[in-house]
Design a protein around this ligand. Sequence first.
Ligand SMILES: [Zn+2]
Ligand SMILES: [Zn+2]
Length: 305
Amino acid sequence: MTSAENRCSFCGKPAVARLTGPERRLCAAHFIEDAEARVFAAMKDECMVAPGDRVAVGLSGGKDSTALLLLLHPILPTLGATLVAVTVDEGIAGYREETLKAAEALTAELGVEHVIVTFADLFGKDLDRLLVGREAQGCTVCGVLRRRALAEGVKRVGATKLATGHNLDDEAQSVLMNVLRGDLPRLRQDTSTGQPGHFVPRIKPLAVLSEKEIVTYLLLRGYFRDLPECPYAGTALRSEVRTMLAGLEHRHPGTMLRIIRFRDGVRRSARSVEPVKALSTCRRCGELTSGEVCQVCRLLERDGT
Ligand SMILES: [Zn+2]
Ligand SMILES: [Zn+2]
């Protein structure tokens, strides 16, 4: 017997989750409906897509991007937009093969067009080879190159928007990390507008769902897979911030959402005071950069590639 407190607020079936703001308990079916409705509402409220948009989903094959594709697949047609999946294959032995297989299986099942771009093709070498002698910088190097590779994939498929699987935890962690590093420009940087001719606007439809909610959603829909962790994963700072935020969220529910609202407030007030610094184009590759040579070209230069 399930006690009265452990029943769905809507239908009385056994509850699988308890959510706040507003306080509600949800059964499996109502949890799925609730998560989908929140993502849909955020996309409409923030005008993330317009009729005629071709939305590329950055599909790593991991849990966040899998949930993103599952959620966008039914939503986009109702908004008059179409969907295409782009996967970046960095070439990380023992890690990427499995997630790549998961990505291919999912797009085949849903009938979504799927394009794969590889580091080897774009930068002449895979990540494992690019990192020889600087393995400790793995995440940083990979992050810079992956952003470029994803942008290249988006160009190849002719998408007008890029959707990424960043969740509420990722977003709140990034805000705190920027604060802890004293990096105000980064905190202010808004990638949702794009740069004509360089990058298309980025949207983050999952930023309203916590990591825990995404895992629950995947489990309930039967899409949860235990996939390997990236061997280069995680900077020390992010994992400390993750632990701290998880504790705060547990004791003070709603903390992560309030951090996001704070960031949005900073962005709004900053926009009205100062114009955003103009960017120039890279001398080597012609992409946008704040200096003379972009980060990608500087990373590759060391290698003589
Ligand atoms: Zn229910
Ligand atoms: Zn460059």
